[in-house]
Ligand binder design. Sequence first.
Ligand code: GLU
Length: 614
Amino acid sequence: MRLRRSVSSVLSVGLMAGLTLVAGATPGSARPAPAKHPVAQGFFGAVVSDTPESTQAGIDVLRRGGTAADAAVAVAATLGVTDPYVAGIGGGGFLVYYDARTHQVSTIDGRETTPAADTETMFVDPSTGKPYAFPTGVTSGLSVGVPGNLATWQRALQRWGRFSLADNLRPAEEVADRGFVVDDTFRELTRENAARFAQFSSSAAQYLPDGQLPVVGSTMRNKDLADTYREIGRKGIGALYGGSVGRDLVNAVQNLPLAAGSTLKPIPGPMQLSDLTAYKALDTAPTHVNYRGYDVYGMAPSSSGGITVGESLNILQNFDLKNMDPVQALHHYLEATRLAFADRGRYIGDSRYVNVPQQQLLSPQFAASRACLIDPTKAGVSPVAPGNPASPTPCATGTAASAGDDENHTNHFVVSDAYGNVASYTNTIEELGGSAIVVPGRGFLLNNELTDFNFAPTQGTAPDPNLPAPGKRPRSSMSPTIVLQHGKPFLAVGSPGGSTIITTVLQILLNRIDFGMNLEDAIAAPRATQRNTATSTAEPAFIALPTTAGLQALGQKFAINDTSPLDPTIKIAPTIGVASGLEFRPDGRVIAAGEPSRRGGSAAAVVFPTCYCD
Ligand code: GLU
């Protein structure tokens, strides 16, 4: 349905609706969820996030004069309530921010860190000398990294906020107190986690009421989390980084809150309060490439996102994708990321621990040396070898190594404000449901981010840049991105999806910049992801495209992934990513676009809407 209304009529209807909701809500009852639209257009600021409550929280902050940083904190904190399996203060993430005063793009690295007591062999089972199975690492205290989200929020507010942390946490407290209405998506995501949540008394109490999946239409409250946010609001982030909340967190990691009758024997973790005290969110310089005249800014290590998206764009810059036959254009897209992922595996890790040749990896010369390996007549055979960025030799190949892989869940949201600032923020607790451990009495799930390290070396005789070390940040794929055109914001995009994040962001950029789609279509379009593996994972809708036969004739192979990485008996939707984006039009309009249907669809809204265009 496409609704087009005048600014003034929408404004008055929207404000009246807001007032009605406030007046009509009884204490303790969930507010009716604001309407969920995947696309909105208008002026003076916008939010696209996973849930209507989190989007509304951001819009409310923007309407009160908050900046994109203020609103981002309100959105992220509310997602901790309404989207708790992929968000919250138990996790970490990466924020890319355009500051309209300085015209600069900056980034904050809020990635989790490894406790000081951990070592390179932390994921090797001492009883066998072999790496733990992935699911063993996931549901454990061992994989819990020191969370970075709260420190990121505080740092963003210090740099760009107008309101206090306490102010920006308030909308989330209200949603947690009143509760939100459980929908099909929330129930489904709980189903995928139910067996793990049942292992921990605190997790079962919060997310499996009466031991059952929450009923669609029921109200899910989280009083513990509301109180935790209030405590943090009063005491500051030190409550978590060394204080009372931190003590409870450390206790949960060391002494797992197992349910009576739990069948797993999860491994506890060695985290100490001193690990929390030592945590810092880092101001880092963004990655930058110029792609067909657009300045593309992304996240530098500890995320591999900015470099790998950037290298792929640089490789593709060698080809005229726009005027290529569609089969060839997609073939080049798949081949570019096949090559870039080989380089990612070989060279990218936490740059405070390993020497990441970022500048060389992002140089046009290196990209040219990789581009000439793309054969228009046939697909590469993975694993393909990494290149040598220190001395790029055209078309040179080296020794192939196995491709480490991951493919899980998180959330991405975007915010802009009336001042012209833009936030693109991907954050996560890693696996859907993280470690599955809710901190008792605190209402938030702990991450299992340390499983993003390689459990064992993956690079043959070459060093693996992504092995664990004390204090190190595991390599991420999160790729929050901001694109400027002539120095002004043009796009802000990002997605969840483990290492598929990189290809999803790339695909959206290509769809928008090269293939002439509008942002809404660029996000909705079917996806496929090639990460230096023999077979590309693809959505069923991608395989149904008329281009597939031609791609297969070139040797491209596709498979659908519809099972949980933790348990092959658990069926999941065979989708890739849950993207959101903003596009800034020359007339001052902002187009806010998310998913029409993946993972239940996105909630887009603008401060002064001219169109809800779904
Ligand atoms: N842990 C993943 C990463 O940092 C993100 C989680 C996900 O999207 O699955 O790349």
